[in-house]
Design a protein around this ligand. Structure first.
Ligand code: HEM
Length: 127
């Protein structure tokens, strides 16, 4: 049951992030959508950890199926890149466009990693 609730939240987060990227030229839309998606995603990770001791399971990397290790690595990388996106996004707002190419490049990588996390989550859940 909680698994379904996690997957629904994850789907909504990916959709919000996709809308935010489509609207990337409109700051008044892009910024709130991306901040919402990032914070909700971090809250989702906390929910999964608190209900399923995900960190304890994930840290047994040698005993875990390969797909779970891949999924966890993708998820951790995504959350780390969220902090880079918050940092470069804030800088872009405050100090102007010089950091825009970096924000854009890391933004694309972050989005691809989030999609890969989403896709692999189904294989982890179905086992
Ligand atoms: C995962 C999160 C994010 C992704 C994937 C992302 C992605 C992007 C992309 C691809 C662009 C277009 C850059 C270009 O036109 O060359 C952009 C622009 C921008 N982003 Fe983000 N972003 C994210 C989060 C944020 C956050 C958290 C903020 C603010 C705190 C932010 C602020 C901006 C601003 C101000 C622009 C420039 C908009 C303009 O063209 O005037 N972004 N972002």
């Amino acid at each position: 049951m909680s698994q379904t609730i996690f997957q629904i939240q994850s789907t909504v987060i990916v959709l919000i992030m996709t809308m935010g990227i489509i609207q990337r030229k409109k700051r008044n839309i892009h910024v709130p959508l991306m901040v919402l998606a990032i914070f909700w995603d971090i809250v989702l990770v906390l929910q999964i950890e608190l209900t399923r001791s995900a960190i304890a399971k994930a840290s047994q990397a040698l005993q875990n199926p390969m797909i779970l290790n891949i999924h966890v690595s993708l998820a951790v990388s995504t959350v780390l890149l969220y902090f880079v996106m918050l940092y470069t996004g804030r800088k872009l707002l405050k100090e102007g466009p010089s950091i825009k190419p970096l924000h854009s490049k890391i933004g694309k990588i972050t989005y691809i990693l989030r999609l890969a996390t989403y896709i692999t989550s189904y294989f982890v859940v179905l086992r």
